[in-house]
Design a protein around this ligand. Structure first.
Ligand SMILES: *Cc1c(COP(=O)(O)O)cnc(C)c1O
Length: 353
């Protein structure tokens, strides 16, 4: 089937078939059990509201099926749960702190043999791929916003018959389609842009291979990291406007990145030219960066990203953040407020320096 534009898919997918008098929206299916003989059986095996959300993400990601999880982290954990004990895994040395933490822990425990590489250094990635079983890509990385040469490294991993998963949370399906680039799995923290309103925690895995789908579905059922039907419904409701929100935020981010780059108190600005996350360093130490984050009145000083509201934070306020991230680095998640209002808030916050 010819893919529709994402704006259309986001709105038209995951709805009941229309018939006279039928509801437009999928209902919130609050059921832990089902009469015997049907498809689902028990509420940990499946749910009609999840299915609608999953169908919509599948279409956006150009996959063949999607599994929704209770969080991005349970989705990530389900992927690693499929790997055999001690499997050699190549992963970026910079990335989402939860992913980094779980990979480091598994490495220390000997459950996986993780080869951490600079994912933007294709030569190093190629070397690390020799003899490896699985490649985990995050691009752009968090919070450095480095970019991997996706099609090259996925192509090389596939030549070596490796499994490949991509965390697509920052780029989103509007900028990057990992399944089309040859990856086996496209993972999303639905919490972020897809749901988009800072009111749910959810994750997803989109795949193209039915056998892999079945193994991941079994992992979800057995690990039990299933989404709540209400959260799935909220995420589906959020996805209806995801392309509109994301395009608006992205357009503002590129304007703000250009203005920030010219600002005398800002250095080392990272913006890959797409997406709605900008990282930059401010003149001074960690206390100076804290003062800036606390001085904003529109942008909330908070972690997370991808909501309609702009947020920023000094990343190293988290003890778990990598020491390679500078103490004075601020990560800004550009929301959907008017770009002029966001800019005047940033300017006045930077004036405390
Ligand atoms: C937030 C995030 C995750 C984890 O998702 P949760 O929904 O918080 O569990 C994973 N990867 C990236 C890039 C994220 O931003």
């Amino acid at each position: 089937m010819e893919s529709k534009h994402p704006e259309t898919t986001a709105i038209s997918s995951g709805r009941p078939l229309p018939s006279p008098g039928s509801a437009l929206n999928t209902s919130i299916s609050l059921n832990s059990t089902y009469t015997a003989g049907g498809e689902i059986g028990y509420g940990r095996f499946g749910n009609e509201t999840w299915s609608a959300l999953e169908a919509t993400i599948t279409e956006l990601e150009h996959g063949t099926s999607t599994l929704a999880f209770s969080s991005g982290m349970t989705a990530i954990s389900a992927v690693f749960s499929l790997l055999p004990h001690g499997a050699p895994v190549v992963a970026s040395d910079q990335g989402y702190s939860g992913t980094m933490a779980i990979l480091k822990k598994y490495h220390e425990q000997g459950r996986l043999e993780v080869r951490f590489v600079d994912i933007a250094n294709t030569k190093d990635v190629f070397e690390a791929l020799i003899g490896a079983a699985f490649l985990w890509i995050e691009s752009p990385t968090n919070p450095g916003l480095e970019i991997a040469e996706m099609s090259l490294i996925i192509g090389e991993a596939k030549k070596r018959n490796m499994g490949v998963a991509v965390d697509n949370t920052f780029a989103t399906a509007l900028n990057q389609l990992p399944i089309e680039l040859g990856a086996d799995i496209s993972m999303n923290s639905v919490t972020k842009y897809l749901a988009g309103h800072s009111d749910v925690i959810l994750g997803s895995l989109t795949v193209k291979d039915p056998a892999l789908h079945n193994r991941l579905a079994e992992a979800r059922t057995l690990l039990g990291g299933v989404p709540g039907p209400f959260e799935a419904w909220l995420a589906l409701r959020g996805i209806r406007t995801f392309p509109l929100r994301f395009r608006a935020a992205q357009a503002s981010a590129s304007i703000l990145a250009a203005k920030l780059r010219e600002h005398g108190k800002v250095s080392h600005l990272r913006y890959p030219g797409f997406g709605a996350i900008i990282s930059f360093e401010v003149a001074g130490d960690s206390a100076a960066a804290d003062r800036v984050c606390e001085a904003s009145t529109l942008i909330t000083n908070a972690t997370s990203l991808g909501g309609v509201e702009s947020t920023w934070e000094r990343r190293r306020r988290w003890p778990s953040e990598s020491e390679s991230v500078p103490e004075n680095l601020i990560r800004l998640s550009v929301g959907c407020e008017h770009v002029d209002d966001i800019w005047s808030d940033i300017e006045s916050a930077l004036s405390v320096l």
